[in-house]
Design a protein around this ligand. Structure first.
Ligand SMILES: C[C@@]1(CC(=O)O)c2cc3[nH]c(cc4nc(cc5[nH]c(cc(n2)[C@H]1CCC(=O)O)[C@@](C)(CC(=O)O)[C@@H]5CCC(=O)O)C(CC(=O)O)=C4CCC(=O)O)c(CCC(=O)O)c3CC(=O)O
Ligand SMILES: NC(=O)C1=CN([C@@H]2O[C@H](COP(=O)(O)OP(=O)(O)OC[C@H]3O[C@@H](n4cnc5c(N)ncnc54)[C@H](O)[C@@H]3O)[C@@H](O)[C@H]2O)C=CC1
Length: 481
């Protein structure tokens, strides 16, 4: 005969005015204590021995300790004062006895290693108080519950609790202003979907309040949709696992996204499905849209209320022209948020296993652009680049590689000076070619590398390690040299 698995109802129990009892003082009791701490009036711990973390809590007056073996009589006396009980000793018969007494007195009890004896079980918890997410597998797999918690942790902004508290504070006056519940609901939906929410998350109460007032005015039919915002966001070198949590959140919230060709398709896939996608290009010498048109497009969209995501490969402030875009937008009074991304120097170095600095050979690292001037020459200060003890990282340098290598040697570096060229670092089709100032131009030509590449010049290239690739479905890098 098969027994039906237990069913559980997740509810939210008020505990601040009640005490809780922990029977047992070991590692597992510590885990349960962390849940109770700050949520109950007092934690009572009954055990023979006490884990140092529990002892510290007793010291601080947040828990009281009763030392010794649990006794039935005394247990029955205190149980009715408890909101809940954990039986967490390593002695099965003791845990059973505690459960039995608790059931008799109808006090909720969790026996940590015996769900069958428990009237409740403990969920994994994501805490952004007052926002809390409890995860249960109904006892099927605590490790799975913990894994789900990790996923939810990554999804919820760190300061979500702050935004929730802000929203709570506004509910009183909002109810007076907008008596219709449907109307209020719509205002709150626009709030959490929009820049006001981002302001609340950032702790900018005044700005959030101002924007909420605007939404209310819109609901009352007294104003147009408020102005939008532009988010300048770095998408990193291409591996979607290397996006920041903030980038991912904004990608999920944007109304439209303006992206250039360095943004990997895997990254773009993570943008909200119904966001309008605008390709604004930028490959060497054939810009899809000139920079001024890109800026005008962002302005136009923000002015009509959109949350515009300007998604850039790498980092917006490292050779990304994010500085110019920010200045234009701010001059037009459009609010701008900037979220950094992993820039190609960091990303390609990590992906290729080349440290950018190393105590043995590189005390500094210089990043420069290898983008040539109209006359085809590079505008770089060679004496400060061609130095030992330093790593030089060149962005967009493929087409001027020959001049670069020649100038480095003309300014004092030996022909044997190491160079690495990384193509699409961190992406599934990443490649890395290594050589020297004397050979690399030919090595790269033979390997058939195209743009985009990042060039790393310096002895750190000798420290290159065969690192495990960051992209999970990726076998081994296609190698030459
Ligand atoms: C039924 C339940 C009763 C209860 O304790 O409430 C229970 C029971 C048992 N746990 C066992 C083992 C482990 N438990 C964890 C971790 C957690 N266990 C938690 C809850 C629960 N555990 C309840 C079900 C919750 C649900 O599924 O909904 C979490 C979620 C919350 C918390 O503890 O606060 C917390 C993760 C918190 C987080 O990280 O977010 C780990 C991993 C680790 O510590 O990393 C291991 C070792 C790996 C393994 O063995 O699986 C064993 C076997 C003991 C043995 O074999 O000796 C039993 C007994 C049994 O299953 O019969
Ligand atoms: N639910 C869960 O998440 C997990 C449960 N477990 C189980 O939980 C139990 C406890 O594990 P740990 O905390 O690691 O054990 P532990 O050995 O570190 O601690 C046991 C505690 O129980 C106390 N104790 C034992 N008999 C007592 C009695 N008669 N009266 C009062 N106190 C008594 C001891 O003084 C000690 O403080 C074990 O049975 C273990 O198998 C283990 C891992 C995870």
């Amino acid at each position: 005969m098969t027994t039906k698995p237990p069913s559980y109802l997740p509810i939210v129990l008020r505990t601040d005015q009640r005490d809780a009892l922990l029977v047992g003082g070991g590692q597992v009791a510590v885990q349960k204590m962390r849940l109770l701490k700050g949520r109950c009036r007092m934690i009572h711990i009954w055990a023979e021995t006490l884990h140092p973390e529990l002892a510290a809590l007793v010291e601080q007056g947040q828990a009281v300790f009763q030392q010794g073996r649990v006794e039935e009589e005394a247990l029955r006396a205190i149980l009715p004062n408890m909101a809940l009980v954990f039986a967490a000793t390593d002695d099965e018969t003791v845990n059973e006895m505690v459960a039995h007494q608790a059931h008799a007195l109808r006090v909720p009890v969790c026996v940590v290693d015996a769900p069958a004896l428990s009237s409740f079980i403990t969920p994994a918890l994501v805490d952004r108080s007052p926002v809390q997410v409890a995860i249960t597998t109904g006892g099927a797999s605590p490790v799975l519950a913990r894994r789900v918690r990790q996923m939810v942790e990554a999804m919820l902004p760190a300061r979500m609790g702050e935004a929730a508290r802000f929203m709570q504070k506004q509910r009183g006056w909002l109810k007076d202003r907008l008596p219709g519940m449907k109307q209020r609901q719509r205002v709150w939906e626009s709030f959490v979907d929009g820049p006001a929410y981002e302001a609340a998350l950032a702790g900018e109460e005044d700005r959030a309040r101002e924007q909420l007032e605007q939404l209310v005015a819109v609901a009352e039919g007294e104003a147009d949709r408020p102005q939008g915002e532009v988010w300048l966001v770095g998408a990193g070198p291409g591996n979607p696992d290397w996006l920041t949590l903030a980038a991912l959140r904004l990608m999920q919230n944007a109304d439209s996204v303006l992206y250039d060709n360095l943004v990997a398709p895997d990254v773009l896939d993570r943008v909200r499905r119904d966001a309008e996608r605008v390709y604004v290009g930028k490959k060497r010498s054939h810009h899809t849209l000139p920079q001024s048109d890109i800026e005008a497009e962002m302005l136009r969209r923000a002015k009509r209320g959109e949350r515009v995501l300007r998604l850039k490969g790498g980092d917006p402030f490292v050779f990304g022209r994010g500085g110019e875009e920010m200045e234009t937008l701010l001059a037009a009074n459009v609010p701008v948020r900037v979220v950094p991304g992993i820039t190609a120097a960091n990303g390609c170095a990590a992906a290729a296993g080349i440290p950018l600095t190393h105590r043995d050979c590189a005390q500094s690292c210089v990043v420069v652009t290898g983008h040539a001037r109209a006359d085809g020459t590079l505008n770089l200060h060679w004496p400060s680049l061609a130095r030992k003890g330093q790593t030089v990282v060149i962005y967009m340098g493929l087409s001027s590689m020959a001049e670069l290598c020649q100038q480095m040697q003309a300014h004092g570096l030996p022909e044997s000076w190491p160079v690495a060229v990384v193509y699409r670092g961190s992406c599934a089709d990443q490649r890395c070619v290594t050589g020297t100032l004397g050979t690399i131009a030919e090595d790269v030509r033979q390997a058939g590398l195209q743009s985009p590449v990042l060039i790393i010049v310096g002895e750190v290239v000798h420290h290159r390690g065969e690192v495990v690739q960051a992209v999970p479905d990726y076998s081994t890098p296609k190698e030459s040299a």
